[in-house]
Ligand binder design. Structure first.
Ligand code: SF4
Length: 654
């Protein structure tokens, strides 16, 4: 029996763990005591990762669909078939879905296959909704397209703001750090339409009407400007963008803000002044369906700049990623319009760099986001390559089934298999070396700890085998080779080697473009979702305890699965949370069957009476993915609107 170090593969926090290996199997997990992020802690998900790794739902053999049924075939035959079929499509006809749970080496190899071998820029990360907004705002205004600071800075800040995120559920260890800082005296403030667990632990919770966080933040900024509390170095700098931002706030008036947000201007002003008086202040928000939209992130950044809390240690606004390698996926260029290293597709210097390393020019034909291709029947999409992930096919199941050629490559069975023409088994993340980049840009190396099944290759090798069959020998013989190439192509990874990563729990990449932060442009529209007589409630979606994303992984683990089943025994059709006042008014009790109707669909569910909501708001956890898919068919697109994706609905007893 041995213990081998690695990184938790669930959320973007990136806690360190030691896995117990017995007779070639992973049988236990222990927190890594010296790890700079986890500091000896794991959350309930992290403590059960070995159960997931022992699941029986493993893909063991290459499969090819013939006459409607899968046949086991030799690996070389499956690879030949995939290379041959993919080579028959134009680049614009093929799309590639990378997994944000895969390693940098695996994602990079898929990106290279798509862009260099098959001539396609149609590549996206599955489930990255909401992170792009942070990349654009922070990249444009700070020069670092990710969290600018470090998680360790939480302990140095005296003012902490959590905007919209149910952070103790999505990233429990970051939530613990925030809670600990509050216990030690930091001024913890939360903003959101739902009184979450972190809101309960805060000094002040600003419970706004759904979809109005941007307006609350803008009101705080307006207060600071009008009180003469704007940081002079930015307000006086004509190139900082201050004037444009101040102008976009001029039309706002406090009576309207009070009416739209449901808050008093005194409360908003009080928090704004506490922020302005802080020595060091940090804000946190999530990506995904409980995250923030682009305008809200821009206003949040501008507020922190205005109050003098940007561009220095212990300050700034920080996106906290929901899946372990979303940051790495962006770094590797698994984004339709960004090449590796965040260069826009077509950028001349990046094209030259890629051409030198790849020995072939990357395609400059504009690509599309995969969701957008699938959503538009006019787009001529014919082939789809899907990389290991825990998501399902969602609202696109029918379109995916209609494609000419679908390849699924992964370690575990997944609903994508039903649509696949070829399935290629892959090594799991504990069966190969690989790196993962957490929310604070920490590149961490996770070494192989167990043998992969005989037919399961690491994904980087699967993609290089396909490339070789298309007459491109990449020369990748190990994941370390792949990292050597990444270090040449992605400027922030320059100089990164496995030898360096093995020391001190990885390396935090630094943004070469980091400079004096500037104000981010905002639309100034401040649109808020409206209710009507027909749809008097605003529906929110988000996390639920013990669950993670759409639960395709957590249901394979013991305690989280038990909690999941226990909750669904009480609420077999899921639940909708509503405030006590609304329940009384509608004559509803706990677990009353109700119908929920939006302009886009309807479903039946059960009531759950909640003190976390104010009257007029409703909440459904999105781990019940069918619920969201049926009630909110545009959930995948609208999740990039985050909290502002509040949907008008009506609730009726059935
Ligand atoms: S907080 Fe995230 S990374 Fe840490 S143990 Fe939990 S799931 Fe894993």
């Amino acid at each position: 029996m041995t213990y081998k170090p690695g990184v938790c593969n669930f959320c973007g926090t990136g806690c360190g763990h030691n896995l117990r290996v017995e007779n070639g199997s992973i049988t236990g997990v222990f927190a890594s005591p010296g790890h700079p992020v986890g500091k000896g802690r794991l959350c309930v998900r992290g403590w059960h990762i070995h159960e997931l790794l022992g699941t029986k739902e493993r893909i063991l053999h290459p499969l090819v669909r013939r006459n409607g049924h899968f046949e086991k075939v030799p690996l070389s035959e499956a690879l030949d078939l995939v290379a041959d079929r993919l080579g028959g499509f134009a680049g614009s006809e093929a799309a590639f879905w990378a997994s944000p749970r895969a390693s940098n080496e695996d994602i990079y190899s898929l990106v290279k296959l798509a862009r260099s071998v098959l001539g396609s820029n149609n590549i996206s990360l599955l489930s990255d909704d909401g992170h792009r907004e942070a990349v654009d705002v922070l990249g444009g205004s700070c020069g670092i397209p990710a969290m600018p600071g470090s998680l360790a800075d939480i302990a140095k800040a005296d003012f902490l703001l959590v905007a919209g995120a149910d952070i103790t559920r999505q990233n429990p260890i970051v939530g613990s750090d925030l809670h600990l800082a509050a216990l030690q005296g930091a001024d913890l403030v939360t903003i959101g339409a739902r009184r979450t667990q972190i809101a309960e632990l805060s000094r002040t919770h600003i419970q706004n009407k759904p979809g109005t966080i941007a307006l609350v933040l803008a009101a705080m900024a307006k207060t600071l400007i009008e009180d003469g509390r704007a940081a002079r170095e930015f307000a006086d700098n004509r190139n900082s963008g201050f004037e444009a931002f101040a102008e976009s706030l001029r039309g706002l008036n406090m009576p309207d803000i009070e009416r739209l947000t449901g808050l008093s201007s005194d409360d908003i002003r009080g928090v704004a002044l506490r922020l302005a008086g802080a020595k060091r202040a940090m804000a946190f928000f999530s990506s995904g369906i409980s995250g923030l939209d682009r305008d809200t992130i821009a206003v949040l950044h501008n507020l922190f700049l205005l109050s003098g809390h940007a561009g220095r240690e212990g300050c700034g606004i920080n996106p906290i990623t929901g899946i372990c390698n979303i940051v790495g996926g962006y770094d590797m260029g698994a984004v339709h319009d960004l090449w590796p290293g965040y260069a826009p597709v077509g950028d001349a210097a990046a094209a030259e760099r890629l051409k030198t390393v790849w020995e072939k020019a990357p395609t400059t034909t504009a690509g599309f986001e995969v969701n957008a291709l699938l959503a538009d029947p006019e787009k001529k999409l014919k082939a789809l390559v899907v990389m290991d992930h825990d998501e399902d096919t969602g609202r696109f199941a029918e379109r995916i089934r209609s494609l000419d050629f679908v390849v699924y490559t992964g370690a575990y069975a997944n609903p994508f298999l039903e649509s696949a023409h070829v399935v290629l088994p892959a090594a799991s993340y504990v069966e190969t070396d690989g790196t993962f980049t957490n929310t604070e840009r920490r590149i961490q190396l996770s070494r192989a700890k167990a043998e992969a099944p005989p037919d399961a290759l690491p994904a980087w090798r699967i993609f290089s085998e396909i490339a070789a069959r298309r007459k491109q020998d990449w020369g990748f013989r190990s994941p370390e080779n792949v990292m050597r190439e990444i270090a040449k192509v992605v400027p922030a990874y320059s100089g990164v080697t496995y030898a360096k990563l093995e020391k001190d729990f990885g390396i935090q990449w630094q943004g070469a473009g980091a400079g004096t932060p500037a104000f981010a442009p905002i639309s100034g529209a401040f649109q808020v979702p409206e209710t009507s007589e027909e749809y008097p409630f605003l529906l929110l979606t988000g996390e639920a305890n013990h669950f993670w994303h759409r639960n395709t992984i957590m249901r394979r683990t013991q305690i989280p699965m038990r909690e999941y089943n226990a909750l669904l025994l009480l609420y077999p059709n899921g639940f909708v949370e509503i405030a006590e006042e609304d329940a009384k008014r509608l004559g509803l009790r706990e677990r009353t069957p109700v119908s929920l109707t939006s302009a886009e669909g309807a479903l039946t569910s059960f009531t759950r009476i909640s003190k976390a909501l104010k009257p007029g708001a409703a909440y459904v956890p999105y781990f019940l993915h069918e619920t969201i898919a049926r009630l909110l068919p545009s959930a995948w697109g609208s999740s990039s609107r985050g909290e502002d994706a509040a949907v008008p609905i009506r609730i009726e007893k059935v």
